[in-house]
Design a protein around this ligand. Structure first.
Ligand code: URA
Length: 262
């Protein structure tokens, strides 16, 4: 693997900010191949060199994978001059490897968003050829009925003339709202067109008032994650993702702890 600066490797491993790292190196807290080093700019090979921070092994991982429970009001972008982005929700040490959201949820959509810097996995997950299922829970104004379920099952024509692939629509409940009936539904899509769930309901004369993604391929939104929180994917989730896009590349290491510094 290409050599890189020691302070960059330590920053990518989540050891601290560049200035904290420089100070720690100068204080002799970092060892490379058994020797204390004092030069934060020293070139190291992340795969071949053994780096220790306060005696603990530092393992370099090229990729990060986070599951975020996106809250409403933030945009699915990496940066924006005016709006808060999903990347702004990450701790500074989790931003250093330039992660980005895999696909987009609308500003007002909540729920599961995968954030990674693994471009190949993102590409595979978003590839129209892979038909990775995306599952949404929606609250819809009006009483969603069997005719809507059948329309979704055969595909509906959107405002721009695009005919969608068949989608599963399950009506979980129809209840009284302040301004008329509200339907709690689950929609499973095998593609990801712009505003697709909202536009599919518009195509059958209804309006989505709340939208939350609960699954993407084998990933299920962790019910213990409050909106705005995120966590690393587990090894099991990584394996399931790899299997879902099989052929996407070698098995990746998850970020799961293991008592080593990332
Ligand atoms: N469909 C939508 O309409 N919006 C989203 O954010 C995701 C899917």
């Amino acid at each position: 693997m290409a050599r890189m600066r020691l302070d960059k490797l330590l920053a990518h491993a989540g050891c601290g900010t560049r200035s904290e790292i420089k100070r720690a190196v100068r204080l002799g807290r970092v060892e490379v191949n058994g020797l204390a080093v004092r030069d934060p700019g020293m070139a190291v090979d992340p795969e071949a060199d053994r780096v220790f921070w306060d005696g603990e092994p530092v393992r370099y991982r090229e990729y990060v994978y986070f599951m975020l429970n996106k809250p409403p009001g933030v945009i699915s972008a990496t940066e924006d001059p005016r709006e808060r982005t999903v990347i702004d929700l990450l701790k500074p040490e989790d931003r250093v490897r330039d992660p980005f959201p895999v696909g987009r949820l609308d500003k007002d959509t909540e729920g599961l968003l995968l954030i990674t810097n693994d471009g190949r996995l993102a590409h595979e997950l978003l590839s129209p050829r892979k038909h990775v299922d995306k599952v949404y829970e929606a609250v819809v104004a009006g009483a969603v009925d069997d005719a809507d379920v059948r329309a979704f099952a055969s595909g509906v024509t959107l405002d721009d003339g695009y005919r969608t692939m068949p989608a599963d629509l399950v009506v979980r409940d129809v209840r009284d709202g302040e301004d008329g009936p509200l339907s709690d539904v689950t929609v499973t899509l095998r593609e990801g067109k712009f505003h697709q769930v909202k536009r599919m309901f518009e195509a059958v004369g209804k309006r989505v008032v709340r939208l939350r993604r609960v699954a993407m391929g084998p990933l299920r939104l962790d019910p213990s994650l409050p909106p705005g929180d995120y966590r690393e994917l587990t090894e099991e989730e990584m394996r399931a993702l790899d299997a879902a896009v099989s052929g996407a590349g070698p098995a990746r290491e998850s970020n799961a702890g293991r008592g080593e510094k990332r």
